[in-house]
Design a protein around this ligand. Structure first.
Ligand SMILES: C[S@@+](CC[C@H](N)C(=O)[O-])C[C@H]1O[C@@H](n2cnc3c(N)ncnc32)[C@H](O)[C@@H]1O
Length: 277
């Protein structure tokens, strides 16, 4: 494989940072070279310098998107950090659902770095399991990510059977269909659950979020770890400003808001609320 020079690496890291705020440290050079090797081959680029030139050219926008797709970490799984889903069901939904109903709309939960959708469907399963008296059927889970490739998988809702680990085995039959023939060994989320998902590409740092302002809950988990402090601070201010009072924010367990300035009140482990007043 062709070498990735320090200059080419610095250029790529800068493109990635400007677009996504993902900070690639100096120790990530081999990782980036490995992730991009096939892409260079597919594009017929003889070297990383050629690839950088292509990114710099007028068609670079699309390629920058591919680049971020290739270097971003999309690892996720169903009911990851399970305590959050218990808190959602036990403490948060009973608080926010009556408010949404009183406002004459369905409950809205935003999975803001949804990757291939396991988090968004885990939320949807929790909501589908709520009594209708508490949660009327018009609820929506907004699933967004910077990666369109991941969002295509999210829309499809097909997962390897071995990876569909749910807290209660009965949920499998209620919310998934087993694949047959060429889909043997796979499960697909049932259409009645998929119908509650709205899938939209959103870069957390784009100017405006194309979402209704009244989100009741945001899951923004395991993405801030890839950002530097300045970007995390900016993001937390945007989430606070652009979303309505009363909103709950879940961040990853390793991503507390400690050290950031914000107006949220902590209500649980990595769970925050924008106070109503
Ligand atoms: C490790 S996954 C987290 C998935 C899920 N939230 C979870 O906790 O399991 C991180 C996701 O963040 C996305 N991401 C990275 N930078 C982003 C940005 N600037 N805007 C939106 N999504 C971003 C990546 O594409 C990736 O799918």
């Amino acid at each position: 494989m062709t070498d990735l020079s320090p200059q080419a690496y610095a250029f790529l890291a800068d493109v990635v940072y400007r677009r996504s705020r993902i900070r690639l440290g100096p120790d990530r050079q081999a990782f980036v070279a490995g992730r991009l090797a096939n892409r260079l081959r597919d594009l017929g680029c003889a070297s990383f310098d050629d690839y950088c030139q292509l990114l710099d050219a007028s068609c670079g926008d699309d390629e920058a998107e591919q680049l971020i797709d290739l270097i971003s970490t999309n690892h996720t799984h169903f009911f990851r950090e399970p305590a959050h889903f218990e808190i959602l069901a036990r403490d948060v939904v009973p608080k926010v659902a009556p408010r949404a109903t009183a406002a004459g709309r369905g409950l809205r939960v935003w999975s803001a770095a949804a990757a291939s959708g396991e988090e968004a469907y885990s939320i949807a399963i929790v909501l589908a399991e709520q009594p209708r008296s508490l949660l009327p059927p018009g609820w929506v889970v907004e699933a967004s990510d910077i990666s369109r490739r991941m969002l295509d998988r999210c829309r499809l809702g097909i997962y390897e059977a071995a990876k569909v680990n749910l807290p209660d085995p009965a949920l499998l039959g209620r919310h998934f269909l087993r694949g047959f023939g060429e889909r043997e060994g796979m499960y697909r989320v049932k259409p009645e659950l998929r119908r509650h998902l709205s899938v939209t590409p959103i870069n957390l740092f784009q100017e405006r979020y194309p979402l209704p302002r009244g989100q009741d809950v945001i899951f923004c988990r395991n993405v801030m770890i890839y950002f530097d402090t300045e970007s995390r601070q900016g993001l937390i201010e945007r989430l606070f400003d652009q979303l309505a009072p009363g909103v709950f924010l879940f961040v990853g367990h390793s991503e507390s808001l400690l050290g950031l300035h914000h107006g949220f009140r902590q209500t649980g482990p990595s769970v925050y609320e924008r106070p109503l007043k």
